[in-house]
Design a protein around this ligand. Structure first.
Ligand code: CO
Length: 435
């Protein structure tokens, strides 16, 4: 089995302990591929054939290419940069019983809490510091085993295997060290961020699991790693975006922060960021508002967020015919109540593109009596109302500290997105033209 692509995915996951690092890694790759960074706070000048990206909140990114010919619409795909984890509070050190110091944390998003116990952890994020009359941001990653959240021994908690509750405010504070002298954690962070400690104004730090991702299974057919939701989709869409041929549309790659907490932030999918970017692209290319609206009517969005594979021990959580399998291909998500945006039209467009690219497609719906989760698609639709399909790659253990997915599915997504980003769509009275 070809594993090269999955090794590159593992490297991306490893370089992306937080949403800030994920966006930074994408930025590096874009810069090395001839993309130029635009700033929201400055005027934009765009050229035909130009390649650009813009970042908001250091954790949300939109990249696009201007075609050399007149374009008729935008072909977009979006994933998310964040994953459930624990956020470290600024008053971080908590003196604890047993001559120990623990870190004060609170959950970010909905994680499987027990999966964070009894494994080496560390801290990464960003630090805001005062420097030469400015406030600057520095990414920080403590690249060593630093923390652990120890379980209570089974001898003291005989019910532990019967689903005993974990409380975020008591059970999940990671062990940092001995009683020691206070202030060491702050010193460590300042030192790793490369700034003098007394210049640190604020921090945004998160826990990350130290266990590196790996390929496993008899034939290396599975990938097990932290943050596959949603960095596997981000990686697949990004590779497709970079590889796609020019078409008569503007290809737009997006990655949003804060999906795991409802997207309602300045850099979330429920913000004006994407619509702001698209109108600025049109305006900078001298297009009228009328032409911009016509272009939006010839646009399409792929909302890419990982999906649930049928669990080998618990197939009862899926309805028959609606249960994707690992390595079975890209999943299209459906929901009668439109918690997933896919409808007959958007499903047909995406299915047709996959068919032409020879990419296998699977279907997913939540079990009909379970509510299930939602994702970027319908949130983004509130701002950018264009045909949207919700897709994902099948995975197990979603929102565990260590998740499992299929090696072949990453390849399938790259192929699908390479085809998709090279297409343009025209929605007319005689139907949809995909060229
Ligand atoms: Co997700």
């Amino acid at each position: 089995m070809k594993q090269e692509l999955s090794k590159q995915l593992l490297a991306f996951l490893d370089a992306s302990p937080t949403c800030y690092h994920a966006v930074d890694a994408l930025k590096e790759k874009l810069l090395s591929n001839g993309y130029r960074q635009l700033w929201e706070s400055r005027p934009w000048r765009l050229a035909e054939g130009g390649r650009y990206f813009v970042v908001r909140g250091e954790s949300t990114l939109v990249a696009f290419r201007v075609p050399r010919r007149d374009f008729q619409g935008f072909v977009l795909a979006a994933g998310h940069s964040d994953s459930p984890t624990f956020k470290v509070r600024e008053a971080a050190e908590v003196p604890s019983p047993g001559a120990c110091t623990r870190l004060s944390v609170e959950p970010y998003g909905g994680m499987i809490m027990r999966s964070w116990l009894d494994r080496p952890l560390s801290v990464a994020g960003r630090v805001m510091a005062a420097e030469d009359g400015r406030i600057v941001s520095r990414l920080v990653k403590v690249d060593r085993d630093l923390l652990v959240i120890p379980s209570v021994a089974i001898h003291m908690d005989r019910e532990v295997n019967k689903g005993a509750a974990l409380h975020a405010n008591t059970d999940l504070l990671p062990l940092l060290g001995g009683a020691g002298e206070p202030g060491q954690f702050r010193r460590l962070i300042a030192e790793r961020a490369g700034v003098p400690e007394d210049t640190v104004l604020s921090t945004e730090l998160f826990l990350y699991p130290r266990t590196p991702g790996t390929l496993l299974g008899l034939n290396g057919e599975f990938i097990a790693a932290p943050r596959l939701d949603d960095l596997q989709c981000v990686f697949g869409c990004f590779r497709g975006f970079l590889a796609a041929e020019d078409s008569g549309s503007v290809p737009v790659f997006c990655v949003f922060n804060n999906e795991e907490v409802g997207s309602g932030t300045r850099q979330g999918a429920d913000s004006t960021f994407l619509t702001d970017v698209l109108s600025r692209v049109s305006a900078a290319l001298g297009r009228s508002p009328e032409e911009h609206h016509a272009a939006l009517a010839n646009s399409f969005l792929v909302s890419a967020d990982n999906a649930h594979a049928v669990h080998p021990a618990h197939p009862e959580y899926a309805d028959k015919q609606e249960c994707p399998v690992l390595n079975g291909g890209v999943v299209i998500k459906y929901n009668a109540n439109q918690r997933y945006t896919t409808d007959a039209l958007s499903g047909a467009v995406f299915r047709q593109i996959c068919r032409e690219a020879g990419v296998p497609v699977q279907r997913y719906s939540n079990r009909a009596d379970l509510p299930g989760g939602s994702t970027l698609g319908n949130i983004s639709s509130a701002h950018l109302s264009i045909p949207t399909v919700d897709i994902g790659l099948p995975q197990l253990a979603m929102h565990a500290a260590y998740e499992v997915a299929g090696v072949r599915d990453t390849e399938a997504l790259v192929r699908a997105m390479t085809a998709y980003f090279g297409r343009s769509l025209r929605f007319g009275p005689e139907g949809v033209e995909v060229s």
